[in-house]
Design a protein around this ligand. Sequence first.
Ligand code: CTP
Ligand code: MG
Length: 260
Amino acid sequence: MTDDSRPAPPRDRTAAVIPAAGRGVRLGPGAPKALRTLNGMPMFIHAARALAASRSVTLVVVVAPPDGAPEVKSLLDTYALPANAPGEGWGSADFLVVPGGDNRQESVRRGLEALPQDIDIVLVHDAARPLVPVETVDAVIGAVRAGAPAVVPALPLADTVKEIAPAAPGDPEPVVATPERARLRAVQTPQGFDRATLLRAHENAPVDGEGATDDAGLVERLGEPVVLVPGHEEAFKVTRPLDLVLAEAVLARRRVNDGY
Ligand code: CTP
Ligand code: MG
């Protein structure tokens, strides 16, 4: 009997949680940010497809605006139809929709609660990063599979960053420090985790205040190691109006390059 005849060892099962429950205050008035469209398709659908495009991802949990779960469900049904999903496929991932909370940390927690027991690796990905390439998703999953409990895609900074002290409204802000730029990284998503580590991180997270904007930060609080892998410029977060212009331009470039 050759090695080839043995069944393949079971793969780690990977799920993606997509927090999409934010209002998008910085984007300005309109629908909740994740429901705003890019090239005619809601932003969270772009994000869900980007994660489902990874062959490793078997389940995508979309965390909808608190009163928007039925709408998010029906949009997923609409866009998951093969006729509406040209180009890169959806893979064979299943989808779940749960209602979100008052801040991102609470929304992610609700997404984690919806995970079935057989999931080993969890990705957390902002709906507001709709254009992340599948290569970045796979690089994060690969690093978790290789043994890192928490993996974050990150890029060097273009701007120098200054630490400031709080000032009264309208007063100039005093600078207290200028960290060396070469040692700083801007972090993106999807962040990838060993499931047990991420659950423990959220169980131990403080629940008061604004909540964490970064899941890996909660793992750092446990004293567990967090490692970075290269991020991607197309994984930028749609935050302000100009980001919509950039996102549409990236999609237009892809249509030219990929012919769809
Ligand atoms: N998010 C969430 N639940 C919240 C707040 C944010 O699921 N209560 C999600 C957003 O939908 C987004 C991601 O967390 O996909 C990153 O948050 P951010 O970019 O800050 O989005 P918003 O909170 O929607 O934007 P803003 O802060 O400008 O209101
Ligand atoms: Mg926000």
